[in-house]
Design a protein around this ligand. Sequence first.
Ligand code: FAD
Length: 378
Amino acid sequence: MSGYMLNDEGKLFVQTAREFAEKELKPRVAEFDRSGEFPVDLYKRAADLGLSTVELSESFGGPGLDYITIAAMYEEIGRIDSGFGVSMAASFLAYKPIVLGGTPEQNELYASAIMEGKFAAFALTEPNAGSDTSAVATTAVKQGSDYVLNGSKCFITNGGVSDLYTVFASTDPDKKLRGLSCFIVEKGAKGLSVGKEENKMGIRLSNTTDVVFNDVRIPKDNLVGREGGGFKLAMRTLDLARCAIAPFAVGIARRALEEATQYAKNRKQFGNPVSALQAIQFMLADMAIRTETARQMAIHALTLVQNGLPYGMEGAIAKCYSSDIAVQNALDAIQIMGGYGYSRDMPVEKLLRDAKIFQIFEGTNQIQRAVIASHVLR
Ligand SMILES: Cc1cc2nc3c(=O)[nH]c(=O)nc-3n(C[C@H](O)[C@H](O)[C@H](O)COP(=O)(O)OP(=O)(O)OC[C@H]3O[C@@H](n4cnc5c(N)ncnc54)[C@H](O)[C@@H]3O)c2cc1C
C-alpha cells in the first residue's frame, strides 16, 4: 500500500478493508447515493468483518491497531464511499470524550455497543451554535440524583441510528464555555427524539439528523468527567478526530486521480489519447502531488498522536489540506473527463459532492486556518 509503512498484520487489515470496499460496497454505492437510504446490511457486514471496531483498544475487545494502519484502512473506504466511512468513524468521535474523561463503566458501555455493531453519535452542534460552541443552548439541570436535559442538536451524524449519544449541554449557562458539560444519553430515554433527517448533497450513505431533548432525565453517573469540563473534552476530541478523518479525504483525492487517469488513457481526441497531451499530464501530476502530500501530512499528524506528542497544528493542517485538495482533485477529474465527468453516470461528480463536506465539518476550514494561525503566532 503506497505511502504507508505497515507490518504484516496491518497489511491484512487494510486488505480486508480494500476488498470489502471494492467488492461489496462499490457495486451498491450509486443505489444508496440516489436513495439516501442508510445501508443497514452493508454496515452489518462491515461490523462482521471487524471494520467498525478498528479504533477500539485490545482491553475493550478491539484489535488495538496503530493509527497509521487505521488511516490506511480509512483511505480504502474513503476511496469508495467516504460517507460510509464517516458513519463508522462517527461512533469513535462519540466514544473519544469517554476515552478521555469517562469512567471504566462508561468506557465499557461504549466499547461493548461498538463491538456489537451499534452506532454512537457526537452531539455538539445546534441551530445557533456551529463554529461558536459558546452559544450552545441545550441545558442540563441537576435534580436530585439526575440531570434533566432540554434543547436540540442539529447535523448529528448517526443521529437517527445510534444507541448512544454523547451530548454537550450547559450546566451553568452564565459561564458559557466553562459551563459546558458532557453527558451520555441512551437510546430509548424518555423525551429523547430524532428530528429532521438531512437530505444532503453528498456523503449520502451516512445518516445526519436533528436530535431533540425534551425533559430527558438521566442519572448523574452519566456525566462524563466533571461539570464544566465539556468544552475541553469536545475540543480534545475534535483535535484528534481531525487527524483521523483526513484519510477519508485522501481516499477521495486518490479515487479522483485514478478515475481521471483511466479515462485520459482511453479517451481519444485528435487521433490520440488525451493522456498524451501535456496539459492533461500536468493536471494528473498535480493531482498526484496533492494526494501524496495530503497522505503524508495525515500520516505525520497521526504519528505524533501515536507517540503522545502535540499534534494540534498538524491535525488542523492535515484536515484542512486533505479536504481542500480532495475538492480540487474532484474538480480536476471532472475537467479531464469533460462532459462525461459532469454526468451522473460517471463517479466523479459524486466525489466532488462528497469531498465538499470535509471542508465544513469537524470545524470548517476557516476555523482550521484560525487554529493554524494561532499556533504560528504563538
Ligand atoms: C453532514 C454533516 C455532518 C455533521 N456531523 C456532525 C456531528 O456528528 N456532530 C456535531 O456536533 N456536528 C456535526 N456537524 C456540524 C458541523 O460540525 C458544523 O456544520 C460546522 O462546525 C460549522 O457550523 P455551521 O454549519 O453552523 O456554520 P457557521 O459556524 O454558522 O459558519 C458559517 C460560515 O462562517 C465561517 N465562520 C464562522 N466563524 C468563523 C470564525 N471565527 N472565523 C472565520 N470564519 C468563521 C464558517 O467557516 C462558515 O464558512 C455536521 C455537519 C454536516 C453538514
